[in-house]
Ligand binder design. Structure first.
Ligand code: SR1
Ligand code: MG
Length: 395
């Protein structure tokens, strides 16, 4: 397989000089590898004054597995183009792309080092002032402006063709909709909840509903999704939010993005029952998390509805009844995908620090059981929960 990997610090520095004039040729630059994701390599290049940029490179395989799990490098182009589109529609909410190099499968982009990873912030129970509003805006704008509601037929087909992304979609097909619903060798299951997992594998009603969600993931090309909107793909501070890493971008069902982030907030919610620290503080944080779920849904749906009414090009798709029907479908899908995210992060291959940081296996099992129960309910009841208030009461 033809591929290019940066050979070392000098090579990375040459790459940075080639695409940016941020640094002088004679400056001493420092290179650190900072990536802790599953798939790619990420480096920070900085000078002594603290000026820095990020280089992200994708090799033709999954980083944490190695060459045994090959992966198309076209994902790097997809990430660069998705970031550029997101920047156009949701300015300030993604890092700026400075350059994309198609030969080296690398992106040079803004360093968002003053923001912290949302998953870590949630584990340490940090309340974030603008997070829910920012995520609502990101979702409403990126999803509306890349949907059939806004694009004309030709633009839409072009977008579809540019973001086919079969390798990354296949990861999601397997890790969300197949592995966790059978006794798959890729699964990682706390022995204390194996029986709970087996109950899901033996529930035909649940498997039928998961199959319907999978069909929608495979076939319903509503908008250009981020495609992997979990807490690790969000960086935040008290001043703002940055969404990173859209290498899974493809044209799919809107509820997949909305549900992924809601599912991640709920994973932290269940973890907070058994995390370290004062129970009153944890209870208060759980309450805050549910408030964020409400704010995200209400902010997203209000903005999306207004965009539908004001900016939809096709007149038959602007009416109030159609808008209400459309948003109700997205709500149901979002609950379903929040449910599959909770289940796959609990018994599938890729776990989350929210649960994994609970050291006591027994306590972790309690939170994991709750994740499976809520996940199952979200999937089964997604069409009967009428609004976000009812959702929060159900949880
Ligand atoms: C092998 S990749 C595992 C997970 O990491 C990515 O961020 C996606 O969430 C994927 O499902
Ligand atoms: Mg990622």
């Amino acid at each position: 397989m033809q591929s290019y990997k940066f050979s070392g610090d000098e090579d990375l520095i040459t790459f940075v000089h080639q695409y940016s004039d941020l640094f002088k040729a004679e400056e001493t630059l420092q290179v650190e590898e900072i990536g802790d994701g599953n798939i790619n390599f990420v480096y920070r290049v900085s000078n002594e004054q603290g000026v820095s940029v990020i280089v992200k490179q994708g090799l033709p395989y999954v980083r944490i597995i190695g060459e045994g799990w090959p992966l198309s490098q076209d994902r790097v182009r997809i990430e660069a183009e998705a970031l550029q589109l997101e920047a156009k529609y949701a300015p300030g909410l993604v890092p700026e792309v400075y350059a994309f190099d198609a030969e080296r499968f690398a992106i040079l982009m803004e360093d968002i080092g003053s923001f912290d990873n949302l998953r870590q912030l949630l584990v340490t129970r940090t309340k974030l002032a603008t997070l829910a509003d920012d995520l609502a805006t990101f979702l409403a704008k990126t999803l509306f402006y890349t949907s059939e509601l806004y694009l004309d037929s030709h633009e839409r087909k072009k977008q579809l063709a540019g973001f086919i992304n079969p390798d990354l979609c296949k990861i999601t097909e397997d890790l969300f909709f197949w592995d966790p619903f059978c006794d798959h060798e890729r699964n990682a299951i706390n022995p204390l909840i194996r029986e709970d997992a087996a109950k899901l594998w033996n529930n035909p009603t649940l498997k039928l509903e998961v199959a319907k969600l999978k069909r929608s993931f495979l076939c319903d090309g509503q908008a250009l999704l981020h495609g992997d909107l979990h807490s690790g793909s969000v960086f935040a501070s008290q001043e703002g939010t940055k969404v990173i890493d859209p290498e899974f971008a493809y044209v799919g069902p809107i509820g997949f993005d909305v549900g992924s982030i809601i599912g991640n907030l709920l994973l932290n919610y269940v973890a907070q029952f058994n995390q370290e620290g004062d129970e009153a503080e944890r209870a208060e944080y759980r309450h805050w998390l549910l408030e964020q779920v409400k704010t995200i849904w209400l902010g997203f749906s209000t903005q999306f509805d207004a965009l539908m009414a004001q900016e939809t090009k096709e007149v038959t798709l602007q009416g109030a009844e159609y808008r209400q029907w459309y948003l109700q479908q997205i709500f149901a899908d979002s609950l379903g995908y929040a449910g599959t995210e909770m289940i796959r992060r609990t018994i599938g291959l890729a776990h989350v620090a929210d649960l994994e940081s609970i050291e006591d296996e027994g306590k972790r099992a309690e939170s994991e059981r709750l994740a499976l129960q809520i996940g199952e309910r979200l999937i089964l009841q997604r069409s009967v929960v009428s609004d976000v208030e009812q959702l929060v009461n159900m949880i």
